[in-house]
Design a protein around this ligand. Structure first.
Ligand SMILES: O=C(O)/C=C/C(=O)CC(=O)CC(=O)O
Ligand SMILES: [Ca+2]
Ligand SMILES: [Mg+2]
Length: 392
């Protein structure tokens, strides 16, 4: 009995083991686990048909005990019994990744104070940057589940109504202010027929992925009053193909920032430590442009889940809720180009000398993230990438 050989410094060691859905040419999609530079065919390795369905849905619905049992088996194989998995490993660069689960409902929050203050300054220059409700509840909106797509999906530039403050009337045409939002998504496994309290977070949420909430700032700025984001964000939301289980993030849990004023009892998460020390990175055409820190998010995912169900709204397997844009206090910690370029007033200078405020056709944006692992090193959340194509 030998441990599995893993590449030195891999972000996909025995303390990560994220789940995704993959296929190879001529084969049907099935569940895989990223291990080192390989993907483990979980259906073949376990013989359990739940992993041959082409989606994580049924496995997600089984709940925490089933998730823990599969994870324990995987850890045992990787650390002690390489022979059990070696026949079922495929090189990761030879497989195609698919949307890992059926997105039921999609909710997007607004939980970075730095992002909310930056956006507030730009969208509502005559009002205080934070709205009066911001520190009392995690603000969110319902997005469009049907346009959540896996990493690699092309980003066709959206068209719509654009009206700058100085224009008399709106015009119709391709967005001129196409942007990204670097976010973290939380994937619900176990349904609920009523409120989920903050301390029941891990009984329902399976794991996390990366989210790019592609955003058209010119469409958004004109349409959003008074009901919030609509066509400016519903054309595409991209997710990373690997869902990292909460169990892999034990070493990343941190205390969230102090809340002042105190929150209502149903949002009180004292002692729960569902802040997460995830280090995000934003790359434009291969060049690093920003490092948003997730640990500083004002509202935790446990509070977000409690808030989105406190009115009795039910949860379904595959519900996805995203953190909101992750921005830190530093200029190089902003999670969107509208912030990085301050609304276009301070364009970024790229390595080739060109400048960029918003995305141009042909641009590729890739988000990555790592976190402390329980093995003493770091684990990876993989990446979510997309390339902008001209408007149709
Ligand atoms: O403040 C506004 O009017 C809107 C802000 C957003 O862009 C909404 C959003 O997607 C939330 C987020 O990602 O933080
Ligand atoms: Ca967003
Ligand atoms: Mg979107």
């Amino acid at each position: 009995m030998n441990p599995l050989d893993l590449p030195e410094g891999t972000l996909f060691g025995a303390d990560n083991l994220p789940y995704g859905v993959f296929s190879t040419p001529g084969s049907t999609p099935r569940t895989g686990v990223a291990i080192g530079d390989h993907v483990l065919d979980l259906a073949a390795a376990t013989g359990d048909g739940v992993h041959a369905t082409g989606s994580l849905d049924a496995f997600l619905a089984r709940g925490p005990q089933a998730w823990a049992a599969v994870r324990a088996q995987l850890v045992r194989w990787v650390t002690e019994d390489a022979a059990a998995v070696e026949p079922h490993l495929l090189p990761r660069d030879a497989v195609t990744m698919h949307l890992p689960f059926t997105v039921a409902d999609y909710v997007d929050f607004y939980s970075s104070q730095h992002h909310a203050e930056n956006i507030g300054c730009m969208f509502r220059p005559d009002s205080p940057p934070l709205t009066p409700n911001w520190k009392h509840l995690p603000i969110g909106y319902h997005g469009r589940a049907g346009t959540v797509a896996v990493s690699g999906t092309d980003v066709v530039r959206p068209s719509g109504q654009r009206k700058a403050p100085a224009d008399d009337l709106p015009t119709f045409g391709p967005s001129r202010r196409l942007d990204i939002e670097a976010e973290v998504g939380f994937v619900v496994g176990v349904p609920s027929d009523g409120p989920v309290t903050v301390d029941a977070f891990a009984e329902h949420v399976f794991g996390v992925c990366l989210v790019n909430d592609w955003s058209s700032r010119d469409l958004q700025a004109w349409e959003y009053v008074p009901l919030g984001p609509f066509l400016g964000k519903s054309f595409l939301t991209s997710v990373s193909p690997w869902v990292v289980p909460l169990a892999a993030l034990e070493a990343a849990r941190v205390d969230p920032p102090a809340r002042e004023p105190a929150v209502l009892p149903y949002l009180d998460d004292a002692g729960l430590r569902w802040g997460l020390d995830l280090a995000l990175e934003v790359h434009l055409n291969g060049e690093h442009v920003s490092s948003p820190p997730f640990a500083q998010m004002y509202w935790t995912p446990a509070q977000q889940l409690a808030h989105m169900t406190v009115n009795g709204a039910t949860l379904r397997t595959g519900d996805l809720f995203a953190s909101g844009t992750v921005s830190g206090p530093g200029r190089d910690q902003r999670g969107s180009f509208i912030e990085l370029s301050w609304g276009g007033a301070e364009p970024l200078t790229l390595a080739d000398g060109s400048t960029r405020s918003f995305l141009e056709d042909g641009d590729t944006v890739t988000l990555t993230a790592t976190a402390p692992g329980t093995g003493g090193g770091r684990i990876g959340l993989g990446e979510v990438t997309g390339t902008v194509l001209p408007a149709r």
